[in-house]
Design a protein around this ligand. Structure first.
Ligand code: SF4
Length: 352
């Protein structure tokens, strides 16, 4: 598949414009993401139509807590990544250098039909960062919308310019990783620039109708200081508004960061508290057993609006307009009159 968003440079190299890396490629070279490659003078996306596998997941696993709660989402990813996080929790796919091992082939139309067949509320582009397979994700999103299925991007938001506009134009919801609130962290542990991610978040919040939630994986001693979390939460409120939910999720040692301990529940709860004190209305914990931190509490009256244990919905106190049944305060998000009943199941799907 010929890729979009590239131009030729005066020195004969080809420059990919999708992300701020702007890889400059001679014939036969690959970008940092590994899957966009120069062949016969053009930029090719090698993973178009090919995936590491499909799975029916709870939407809460993405994580999205304010987008069609309780529904299943047909999830898939490909290979490669345009960031180089030392703590990657999905490195089997993001660091894959075996494009030929992407054994599952599926057209955008087949994915959309499968999502309909399984009564999924959405298809999620996830597991590795979908911005590097933009053309496949966009075509799949178009096919999904033709079938009445919504689309979800789970991304680090490291995308720029016209590519960013096209990519998100076809998404109904996004969970964007804000990996830390320090440039040094992004430089040292992520291999990117924080400012680009902040620009993507502002773009989503101010210039699109994409439902936005944010995830920050808290790594003990790296990005969990009180000061940094206060700065992050204040920035969120000032630049995105009070209603964008944040998920503070627990780290476990993985990939090239094996020397740090797992994140304790106490650290996650402290982050939630800091978020609340700084004006963020919806803060959650994730990757831990914490029914209180996983549930939605009305900022108007303090009462429970959506109860969760893990990925199961255990209580529902929103009316058909998505407002708190206790006090009437509207809960921002995309809600059906009733929650779905998918629960916590994860079911691999064989396409074909
Ligand atoms: S998407 Fe891939 S090839 Fe394009 S600039 Fe980013 S890392 Fe390089």
């Amino acid at each position: 598949m010929e890729a979009r968003y590239w131009h030729l440079l005066n020195d004969g190299r080809l420059c990919c414009e999708v992300c701020p890396r702007e890889c400059r490629l001679a014939e036969g070279q690959r970008g940092v993401c590994f899957v966009r490659t120069r062949q016969e003078g053009r930029l090719i996306l090698e993973t178009y139509g090919r995936s590491t596998g499909f799975c029916l997941d709870p939407i809460e696993k993405k994580p999205l807590n304010h987008f069609l709660p309780g529904t299943a989402t047909l999830s898939f990813g490909t290979a490669g990544c345009n960031l180089t996080c030392k703590f990657c929790q999905n490195w089997h796919m993001s660091k894959s250098r075996q494009v030929d091992d992407l054994a599952v082939q599926a057209t955008p139309e087949a994915i959309a039909r499968a999502a309909r067949h399984f009564s999924c509320g959405s298809v999620s582009f996830t597991y590795n960062d979908p911005v590097i397979f933009l053309e496949y994700a966009v075509d799949t999103a178009i096919a999904c919308h033709q079938q009445g299925v919504k689309t979800v991007a789970v991304t680090a938001g490291y995308i720029q310019g016209a590519a960013r506009e096209e990519f998100f134009r076809h998404m109904d919801a996004a969970n964007v990783d804000l990996k830390a609130f320090s440039d040094a962290f992004y430089r040292r542990l992520v291999g990117g620039h924080r400012q680009v991610v902040l620009e993507t978040l502002e773009y989503l919040a101010k210039e699109t109708k994409v439902w936005l939630e944010i995830t920050t994986l808290l790594i003990p001693g790296e990005n969990d200081s009180i000061q940094e979390l206060e700065d992050q939460c204040r920035w969120m409120v000032d630049h995105l508004g009070e209603g964008v939910p944040i998920h503070f999720t627990a780290f476990h040692p993985d990939w090239r960061m094996l020397d740090k301990p797992r994140t304790s529940l106490a650290i996650l709860n402290r982050a939630m508290e800091i978020a609340g004190k700084n004006g963020v209305r919806y803060a959650y914990t994730g990757n831990v057993a914490d029914p209180r931190g996983g549930s939605t509490w009305c900022p108007g009256c303090g009462k429970l609006t959506i109860g969760r244990t893990g990925w199961n919905i255990t209580a529902w106190h929103l009316n058909e307009k998505g407002a708190c049944q206790h006090c009437g305060m509207v809960c921002p998000g995309v809600f059906a009159a009733k929650p779905g009943t998918w629960g916590s199941k994860r079911i691999p799907v064989r396409m074909g």
